[in-house]
Design a protein around this ligand. Structure first.
Ligand SMILES: Nc1ncnc2c1ncn2[C@@H]1O[C@H](COP(=O)(O)OP(=O)(O)O)[C@@H](O)[C@H]1O
Ligand SMILES: [Mg+2]
Length: 256
């Protein structure tokens, strides 16, 4: 059974059809890419699957369970982690606190027995902190643990955002243009981080990305979206050599 499956999903913004008859099937551990021109509907697809928007039509299932109509936090707790195209980092919080926060909803403070409750709480707090720190190490951002999130270099902020998404133990991670605005050095760090995430967690990734080098290197399969419709789906080789994809997207100047 696929991990994530979408069937015939369509979405209208008033009169505008942003996504049309969209199908998707991602297996556990698979890295899938979604590419296409600006305005093609890529972010809308993420918003539809993660519950930010409700599709006009279509089915969405995670491990066979329907997600349509559920709230974003419910979908997140079922195993879809995501970062945002515009980072939503909290002000006035250290990097470590920021990553710990993401996991709090997963912690259960026992209600029975004040003493044992307290002991359990202290232990869970400690485990949460260790886990958050470990994620920051993996993301090569542990050196920033005690700093304010807003003081970090841009690339490091993106890696903290990813640590935060991982803190919820997702089965699949949605990444919306994670390398946008990065310097070449930051890009190298980010590619290393992607490799580590795959090695350590083996989780599936659904990646929207403009940089072809990143998409082609990371993804096993890629979909090309144009005007809300998938015009091609295949391996990096198949996509790079597909005349329709070159005509509609890869041949354009905006693609690096
Ligand atoms: N909340 C919204 N309300 C109305 N139209 C929207 C909204 N979000 C996106 N759109 C429109 O839907 C289309 C797809 O947008 P988007 O999914 O952001 O594209 P992409 O991420 O591929 O650049 C665009 O025409 C965009 O203007
Ligand atoms: Mg977008």
């Amino acid at each position: 059974m696929p991990l994530l499956q979408v069937k015939k999903m369509t979405h209208f913004f008033s009169g505008l059809r942003a996504v049309h008859n969209y199908d998707l099937s991602i297996d556990p551990g698979e890295v899938r890419g979604l590419i296409g021109p600006n305005g093609a509907g890529k972010t809308t697809i993420f918003n539809l699957i993660t519950g930010v928007l409700t599709p006009t039509e279509g089915e969405i299932t995670l491990d066979g369970v329907s997600l349509v109509g559920l709230k974003p936090h419910q979908i997140a707790s079922m195993g879809i982690g995501r970062t945002f195209q515009n980072m939503k980092l909290w002000r006035h919080m250290t990097v470590l606190e920021h990553v710990k926060m993401a996991r709090y909803s997963k912690l259960s403070y026992g209600l029975t027995g004040a003493f044992f409750g307290t002991m359990k709480r202290i232990r869970e707090e400690k485990e949460n902190e260790e886990h958050a720190y470990h994620l920051l190490e993996l993301m090569e951002a542990a050196q920033f643990a005690d700093q304010n999130v807003l003081n970090l270099p841009y690339g490091a902020q993106r890696r903290v955002e990813m640590a935060r998404a991982l803190a919820t133990d997702p089965k699949i991670l949605f990444l919306d243009e994670p390398t946008v605005g990065m310097t070449p050095e930051e890009l190298v760090d980010m590619m290393n981080v992607f490799r580590k995430i795959r090695e350590e967690f083996g989780l599936a990734i659904f990646l929207i990305e403009h940089r072809m080098k990143v998409v082609m290197e990371l993804c096993e399969r890629i979909q090309t979206l144009v005007f809300g419709e998938v015009i091609a789906e295949g391996t990096p080789d198949e996509i790079q050599n597909n005349p329709q994809v070159i005509e509609a997207y890869l041949g354009k100047e905006e693609v690096a």
